[in-house]
Design a protein around this ligand. Sequence first.
Ligand SMILES: [Zn+2]
Length: 61
Amino acid sequence: MDEHDISCPYCGETIGLLIDCSVEHQQYTEDCQVCCSPILLTVTATADGELSNVDAIQENG
Ligand SMILES: [Zn+2]
C-alpha cells in the first residue's frame, strides 16, 4: 500500500489515501474525510507496483 495525497474535488481539502499499487488499474469511490462526499478515484500503477497516476473527480459529474 502506498500513501498518496489528493485534493477533494468538492471542498478542495487535501486528504490522504492508502492505495493498493498491486492493481494496475482500478476505479472506486471513497468518501472525503472532510466533507463526506463520494469521490470517484481512478488509480493507475505500473507493472512494477509503482503508483503512476491518481485522478479524483466528483462521482456524479
Ligand atoms: Zn471534501
